[in-house]
Write a new protein. Structure first.
Lengths: 272, 189
């Protein structure tokens, strides 16, 4: 078999494949023929092979310090704080969706409560009986099946909503609402819980407001105003018809929405 | 080659280590600390050689074990734990490098374009002096260094490296050859 001679440049072109064992047998023989006659290329190949062999024998390395304490801290169960926390950008859309949904829900509550209020007032204006209904509780009307505890519960919740800064102070009260005074309503555990939760979340939101994107904060406050309006209207309607389970539900729904929105706001990251 | 030992569970994973891995997968932190103690040097070594910066490598090593803790329940024992952990370490390093690369492109520099090496610690190469080889590896351009470390030090195949780095197997071979030539040049100075 004839083996064509190969110059140094040709060898260098094929050197990578030779070292990887990727050459055809014929090409491999050409390379080896050149290596046997060229000391320079032979030294090159030996040195490159030696580098690979030495690399495989490199010892393991040791960190300069014990890294475990840092790892142990990081694998502790994560606690999500209620204050601002960094969130990936992908959550921005989710937060805006939540706010939008809360706004839609609040608007629905407001419209429903408003319509109910109008209907109740219209019916109440029909004669002096309306005042009587409000005063002489519980009047067995269309809602006579509603248990008395529901009434007490709802009115308690309505009364304890008062501490929230924007609820009663920001919203004009109807004369009917004013008749349901805090003094006449006892605090149930539910109402205390509602009140405490709203106060707590509002405090967090107020504290973090300056860290939020002004546009987001404005959206939250606009939504809170809508919900507060719904709460005020529900209270006013309940003052006209304290035994109404429907109005009861409307008020509870609005209070729940307020808690939900405030909680979402409290969990928002900085500048979202 | 390292890969031979990595791929053989009987050589790399003792019975107690396998037990610790299983315990750690069930949330036992004490067992996980033992796993850490067993593997930290190897994980640190691959991190240090790939990034050529020991302090960065220490941070990355912590990242590797934090990631391992969170993913340990997904380890099915289909490969040796050492192999699994090693691959995880390589991925952590490569992801860190991608992030670093994104930041670097803002400033328009790309160290991988460097075609010559800084001098290795000694002026002449003596085979067997690993400290010189370490220094020379640290001076390689990042792309060439990663391929060299993964192939010649860690024993991965070109196809595996290509998959990890998002390049072709031919590209991996070319980078390896380039790395070896640059190392030879540095060691012979």
């Amino acid at each position: 078999m004839t083996i064509h001679t190969m110059d140094c440049a040709a060898l260098e072109e094929r050197l990578a494949d030779y070292l990887e064992g990727d050459l055809t047998p014929a090409d491999e023989r050409q390379v080896e023929a050149h290596l046997s006659s060229c000391a320079r290329c032979n030294a090159l190949v030996r040195e490159l092979e030696q580098i690979g062999a030495d690399a495989a024998e490199l010892p393991v390395l040791t960190p300069s310090r014990d890294l475990w304490s840092g790892i142990a801290r990081r694998i502790e169960a994560p606690v999500v704080p209620l204050t601002a926390r960094p969130v990936p950008n992908v959550n921005r859309r989710r937060n805006f969706d939540r706010l939008r949904n809360a706004a839609i829900a609040a608007a629905l509550v407001a419209v429903t409560a408003g319509v109910t209020y109008k209907l109740t007032v219209t019916r109440g204006l029909g004669g002096p009986a309306s005042t009587t209904v409000a005063k002489a509780r519980p009047m067995p009307d269309t809602n006579s099946a509603a248990p008395a505890r529901d009434e007490a519960q709802t009115r308690s919740v309505a009364a304890t909503e008062a501490p929230a800064p924007t609820t009663s102070s920001d919203t004009p009260q109807s004369p009917a609402t004013s008749r349901v005074s805090a003094e006449t309503v006892r605090n149930t555990p539910e109402s205390v819980t509602y009140s405490r939760e709203i106060d707590r979340l509002r405090t967090i939101f107020t504290r973090n407001r300056s860290q939020l994107d002004p546009r987001t904060a404005a959206i939250i406050e606009a939504n809170l105003r809508v919900i507060d309006e719904a709460i005020a209207q529900s209270k006013a309607a309940l003052a006209q018809d304290p035994a109404s389970r429907f109005l009861n539900d409307q008020l509870n729904n609005a209070l729940g929405k307020k808690v939900e929105l405030l909680r979402t706001a409290a969990l928002l990251p900085n500048r979202t | 080659m390292t890969v031979a030992t990595v791929d053989n569970p009987s050589l790399t994973t003792s019975r107690s280590d396998a037990d610790d891995v299983a315990l750690a997968a069930n949330g036992d932190r004490v067992a996980f600390e033992r796993v850490y103690r067993t593997h930290v040097n190897r994980v640190f070594a691959v991190c240090a050689r790939m990034v050529a910066d020991r302090s960065v490598a220490e941070e990355l090593t912590q990242d590797v074990f934090v990631r391992a803790w969170s993913k340990l329940s997904l380890y099915r024992g289909e490969s040796a734990f050492t192999t699994w952990l090693h691959r995880l370490a390589v991925n952590v390093v490569l992801n860190a490098r991608k992030s670093e690369g994104r930041n670097r492109t803002r400033f328009g520099s790309e160290p991988d374009e460097v075609d010559t090496l800084p001098h290795a610690r000694s002026s002449s190469w003596s085979p067997g002096l690993s400290v010189d080889l370490e220094a020379a590896i640290a001076g390689l351009p990042p792309g060439a260094r990663q391929v060299f470390v993964l192939h010649d030090v860690e024993g991965y195949k070109h196809e595996e490296i290509a998959e990890m780095l998002g390049i072709t197997a031919g590209g991996s071979k070319a980078q390896l050859h380039r790395a070896r030539l640059l190392l030879r040049e540095a060691l012979n100075r």
